[in-house]
Design a protein around this ligand. Structure first.
Ligand code: ADP
Length: 191
């Protein structure tokens, strides 16, 4: 199973990614999480990424693509993977197409979590108080949303043309959203 989870910042991708990946027995690969782990370990990748992340800008494609390529090459991703937060640009879509084609597989589905933008700002400001993420300040949140709308949202049309997109309403309780995702993917969740 090769899945993508898309949606604006704060839509709940990371939360849902874990449930969905677990159901399919594949790793949930979050580019944001990998970047943050590198930032906290102070690796060269982390130092490079931090400058972009703190401003809410995208890390350059070459850096992100190489990181994802290496992660997908790990043995645990051989049966499949769920990508959360990648691809975000057209160049990343093309790169991912190449990576998947190279393994002789194909992309199975793209789940898009939709949400009301103002609700998302509120959610992220709330999260800032709990997690203290450096990029959860109001200005940076708005920049991340702006970039999502300009650079990433248009990618949904690309995947729609391929007949892969399942749009799911991300508002409401976490369990309800999970259920909507499973319904959309036509799977029976394990209890
Ligand atoms: P969010 O979706 O809420 O903005 P993430 O944790 O997914 O949060 O990503 C945090 C940051 O990591 C992004 O703002 C960006 O700087 C960087 N990042 C994550 N994924 C990508 C990607 N595919 N391309 C470029 N930058 C990325």
């Amino acid at each position: 199973m090769r899945l993508l989870l898309m949606g604006p910042p704060g839509a709940g991708k990371g939360t849902q990614a874990k449930f969905v990946a677990e159901h399919f027995g594949v790793p949930a690969i979050s580019t944001g999480d990998i970047f943050r782990a590198n930032v906290s370990e102070g690796t060269p990748l982390g130092i490079q990424a931090k400058a972009y992340m703190d401003k809410g800008e995208y890390v350059p494609d070459e850096v992100t693509n190489l990181m994802v390529r290496n992660r997908i090459d790990e043995p645990d991703a051989a049966p499949g993977f769920l990508l959360d937060g990648y691809p975000r640009t057209l160049a990343q879509v093309e790169e991912l197409d190449g990576m998947i084609k190279h393994t002789g597989h194909q992309l199975d589905a793209v789940v898009v979590i939709t949400a009301d933008p103002e609700e998302l700002v509120a959610r992220l400001l709330q999260r800032a108080q709990v997690e203290g993420r450096a990029d959860d300040t109001e200005d940076v949140i708005r920049r991340r949303q702006e970039l999502y709308a300009a650079e990433t949202e248009p990618l949904i049309a690309v995947y729609k043309e391929r007949g892969l997109v399942h749009e799911v309403d991300g508002m409401g309780e976490v369990e309800d959203v999970t259920k909507r995702i499973f319904d959309a993917l036509d799977v029976v969740p394990q209890s």
